[in-house]
Design a protein around this ligand. Structure first.
Ligand code: FES
Length: 146
């Protein structure tokens, strides 16, 4: 698609509008998370909807959602367009579930950690946090990896 140059933003403008560092915008573009076009002078220019994409990426980063998963979400959108209201509703529901899963995993870890408070045994045999599952211990005593 050919756009008029005034419809395109420089990397500095995208950075200023989103608060993302220029290097971050460049990185997101290198991962294919935001589209960019090259001008005749080989300058990198971004369509306006890149601002919304960068904002969503920043939100995902704050939630600890890997960029690979953000890429999957963006790839699921028709013609690589930016998420609309309906898309965002679906995406936010998925991300909410991820946060809930992480919250529960952290609660389980915290419960186990509580058992260590005041114990201090640091035992690789009895402390489940220090040696979860002791998978290599199932192969027998002593060093299993050299
Ligand atoms: S340190 Fe003793 S159970 Fe974890």
């Amino acid at each position: 698609m050919i756009r008029k140059s005034d419809e395109l933003l420089s990397i500095g403008e995208v950075s200023a509008r989103t608060g993302a560092a220029v290097s971050a915008v460049r990185y997101y573009e290198s991962l294919g998370l935001i589209p960019a076009e090259r001008t005749a002078g080989n300058m990198r220019k971004f369509p306006r909807h890149a601002i919304r994409r960068v904002s969503l990426i920043q939100l995902a980063v704050r939630f600890g959602i890997p960029l690979a998963e953000v890429a999957e979400v963006f790839a699921s959108l028709p013609e690589g367009r930016t998420p609309n209201k309906k898309d965002w509703s679906r995406i936010s529901e998925e991300w909410n579930q991820r946060l809930e899963d992480r919250k529960q995993a952290i609660a389980r870890l915290q419960e186990q950690l509580t058992g260590c408070i005041g114990c201090g045994c640091l035992s690789l045999k009895t402390c489940n946090l220090l040696n979860p599952g002791d998978e290599l211990g199932r192969d027998g005593p002593g060093a299993r990896r050299l």
